[in-house]
Design a protein around this ligand. Structure first.
Ligand code: ATP
Length: 290
């Protein structure tokens, strides 16, 4: 069952089309990784979902209800870690946690204690003195404080050192398995996406170019090194290929089985079939789709 459905989202900033008919879904209990090049439209999408952008085209349905500018009640069930956290700089960490607890009616003492045991933020200090990474962690505290049904994270590990980054993923993983929280997150770090996602959505130029379960995407992607057996052997039109002297390298992404059948049918000899890493899959696919 879908917890979130975005349909045909459009958003322009002046002449810039940030979203150009973007559609995707997130199913309940899943971890979905949103990935795409700089400026692809990820932050814009996550802001729309969180009600921070209200002027846009298309529709967003969350928890089975369409969101509209006047209807913010759904936001109580979402925890959001924005790309940049720059609010309430004059407050101390403890104060903002207390404030958020009062505002939402959920003090989340236990989860804050667990977070603090792991990350040890200087909560007595003013937020203005926090580093970027500390602010990112603090916004995670606030997002988890209310025990949300849907956790939306915009580049959650941006600015974090490798040890904290790894702890953060362990924490989120443990949290999700206990509370069955649904997660939608964006990241440029492919190993992170690969490590925790069940499903990936690729966005480029404001449009979805791929949406698939990560395991089946990896299983069904391969590099074929092939040789034509006859003059008229034709490369299937749905693959990415490169001619090399006597051979042709074919990268099949999400369609290796179909590609293999087609290659054999169309008179190619398969010399080698090599699995692609997740990074190769993403880079090749992103480059091939304009
Ligand atoms: P990144 O990976 O670099 O964070 P992104 O995928 O999150 O990028 P967005 O921040 O959603 O991309 O931006 C999408 C497009 O909209 C970009 O071309 C960006 O320059 C533009 N854009 C975003 N916010 C604004 C704004 N407030 N005013 C003008 N243009 C904007």
């Amino acid at each position: 069952m879908n917890i979130l459905k975005c349909e045909n989202l459009t958003k322009s900033y002046g002449n810039v089309k940030a979203l150009n008919g973007f559609s995707f879904t997130v199913s309940r209990g899943s971890i979905t990784g949103l990935l795409g090049p700089n400026g692809a439209g990820k932050t814009t999408t996550l802001k729309i979902i969180n009600g921070l952008i209200t002027k846009y085209g298309g529709e967003v349905e969350i928890f089975g209800e369409k969101i509209s500018p006047g209807n913010f009640s759904y936001r109580r069930k979402i925890g959001f870690v924005p790309e940049d956290f720059s609010l309430y700089e004059y407050m101390r960490g403890t104060e903002i946690i207390e404030f958020n607890g009062e505002l939402t009616g959920k003090s989340g003492e236990k989860i804050i204690e667990n977070l603090q045991n792991t990350f040890k933020l200087p909560l007595e200090r003013k937020i203005a003195t926090y580093s970027r990474g500390m602010k990112k962690l603090l916004s995670l505290y606030l997002a988890l404080q209310t025990n949300p049904e849907l956790l939306v994270l915009d580049e959650p590990t941006d600015g974090l050192d490798p040890i904290i980054r790894s702890k953060l993923f362990d924490f989120i993983f443990d949290y999700v398995s206990r509370f069955k929280t649904t997660i939608l997150f964006s990241s440029h770090i492919l190993s992170e996406i690969e490590r925790i996602s069940d499903r990936v959505v690729f966005i480029k130029n404001g449009k979805r170019i791929l949406e698939e379960d990560i395991d089946s995407l990896k299983e069904n992607s391969a590099l074929f090194v092939v040789k034509a057996k006859s003059e008229n052997a034709e490369i299937p039109d749905f693959v990415i290929y490169e001619k090399k002297d006597d051979f042709i390298e074919i990268r099949a992404i999400g369609n290796a089985k179909e590609t293999e059948e087609k290659l054999l049918e169309t008179n190619f000899e398969i010399i080698e079939k090599i699995p692609l890493t997740f990074e190769e899959i993403v880079v090749n696919y992103m480059e091939a789709h304009k």
